[in-house]
Design a protein around this ligand. Sequence first.
Ligand code: T4K
Length: 369
Amino acid sequence: MNDKPIYVTQPYLPPLDEFLPYLQHIWENKILTNGGPMHKELEAALSNYLGVEHIALFNNGTIALLTALQALRVAGEVITTPYSFVATAHSLLWNGIKPVFVDIDPHTLNLDPAKIEAAITPQTTAIMPVHCYGNPCDVEAIQKIADNYNLRVIYDAAHTFGVEDKGGSILRHGDLSVLSFHATKVFNTFEGGAIICPDAKTKQRINNLKNFGFVDEVTVVAAGINGKMSEINAAFGLLQLQHIDRAIARRKEIDQAYREQLNDVKGIRIVERTGQTVANYSYFPILVEADYPLSRDELYQKLRENNIFGRRYFYPLISEFPMYRGLVSAQRNNLPVAHSISEKVICLPMYPALQEASIAAVGALIRNT
Ligand code: T4K
């Protein structure tokens, strides 16, 4: 039994004294928000680190998703995955858009491109896929469909900080990609997010939208929102960035240690990393199959009884929540793979400060049933 609870994640916090000079700087110049110097510096640093040209920072990933949809004037119906955090579909509803759920691929756990075309109607204007757990979607197949039907593609890339495929950053795909910098993410600014956009003009529109629609002191061009990242969040991001490579390297070690512990456990399937040349090891999802001695929920409870708080990301499916379940596309028989995965998944604790003893304890509990 572990004395202290072990949660699914724990934010990476650099030493406090390293943050104090940033605070001092903010206190001295008294710019707290509205695109101040830290904000500018973080945009430049992130665009360099991520290998993308245009990035617009936000106060969280959800407001960034809402704004991405507004920026492209998406309306009508949008095809998306039920296997995600609820914010993905909520961003559609908040924009008065109808989500149309399409099933996922059983290996990548991302939107299955083979099933997208059948869900397209004359009202469809866009696709919103999620690179779930940092596993890239089948971006080429999705783009081909989008081109054929003249649809926009907005990637929910909340899990995908720093992930690359053979051509570079995964964030370059689609019309826009949206990141989350929430406390539970690989790179965090306490709360935060960003939109990666293809050109300066789109970024300008996004910047206007995240600042109430202002383009200058007296001109408002759109019903914008307040999506601005504050200086304190940006400062924390700048500090995090100095530690991020070490933090991801430690995640990689943990990933390998779990694999060694769990590789040959009958009935436990480790979700494979696919299509990545650079991974960020953001989550460690396992699937509890029928030939494991315990059900998924029994194993989940057993871990909890031992102070290990894995999470069932993503259960229930988004399509099961009351505001979605009435949709035709939300019917269970439309989403058999997503249901099956959602009923098997547990994300094990994964964060840089996780101790070897904790990894061993998790492994032992799962092996010894
Ligand atoms: N799209 C996708 C695909 C997403 O996964 C998310 C967010 C979004 C969009 C939206 O982005 P944001 O608007 O959030 O930027 C968490 C996060 O709140 C959420 O950001 C994340 N996805 C989702 C997958 O997980 P909860 O409700 O599970 O978080 P919570 O508070 O239960 O935290 C999990 C564990 O982490 C806790 O048991 C303890 C630990 N923890 C958490 C926090 C907040 C800490 O140790 N320190 C902390 O400050 O949603």
